[in-house]
Design a protein. Structure first.
Length: 235
């Protein structure tokens, strides 16, 4: 059995509170569509749960802005080397792409809205494949250059469509890099590469690891790490 309550707050919106049996602590979740959910243990006073939510107001607003941004339809997009734009056309009966060097124009018929799920899915796939191509052209060469510069060795590098990790290094020193790295500044790409190369020598995030990484980043490892957290996968 659960007890539910909905409360409206300025700048936040509706928060869905649920008292739930077996719950051990107050938890706050924001779902993909932007709804806010709080789960409360039975022995916790509602005022305490509400105070917890209000203390997280800035974080909630930030996350809601991220959700809103991701829900906005794609009309144009720029990568490091390419541009993509959409054009409504009465002369086409289906979605088509015209490429001019690194400029892509996606024409769609008047029977479709820019918000159409299939059109948006098409654009996301196109952007992902463009990023994959750019990543395969840029990242392996860059990691090879950095590894040679700092005397690292690794086994092989793989480009993946990873949305949870910018990079990883296996026990056999195989390095995986996310194609979405192509959307962050160049200095942060180098930071991620150095991060994974350091794991070829130190297989944890302990003191020795951060000392090595910080030395290679001219004392900016923690700054770059924090800066990287500000970047989100767009969709």
């Amino acid at each position: 059995m659960s007890i539910k309550k909905k409360i409206q707050y300025p700048n936040i919106g509706t928060v869905n509170y649920t008292y739930k049996k077996g719950c051990k602590r107050i938890t706050l979740r924001i779902k993909k569509e932007g709804s806010i959910h709080v789960t409360i243990p039975y022995l916790v006073k509602f005022s305490q749960a509400e105070g917890f939510v209000l203390s997280k107001k800035d974080w909630i607003i930030s996350k809601l802005n991220e959700v809103n941004q991701k829900q906005q339809p794609i009309t144009s997009f720029r990568t490091k080397f390419s541009s993509i734009k959409t054009v409504l056309s009465n002369s086409v009966s289906k979605v088509s792409v015209v490429r001019n060097n690194n400029n892509y124009t996606v024409y769609y018929p008047s029977t479709l809205s820019i918000n159409d799920d299939n059109l948006q899915s098409f654009l996301k796939k196109l952007i992902t494949e463009i990023l994959r191509k750019e990543a395969k052209n840029y990242l392996p060469k860059r990691i090879d250059y950095i590894a040679k510069r700092y005397n690292f060795s690794y086994n092989k590098v793989t480009i993946r469509n990873s949305k949870t990790r910018w990079g990883s290094c296996s026990g056999k020193n195989n390095i995986s890099l996310s194609l979405w790295l192509m959307l962050v500044p160049y200095h942060l790409i180098d930071y991620v590469i150095l991060h994974e190369l350091c794991h070829t020598k130190v297989k944890n995030h302990g003191k020795d690891f951060w000392q090595l990484l910080d030395m290679l980043c001219d004392g900016n490892a923690r700054i770059y790490s924090k800066e990287l957290k500000g970047y989100q996968i767009p969709f």
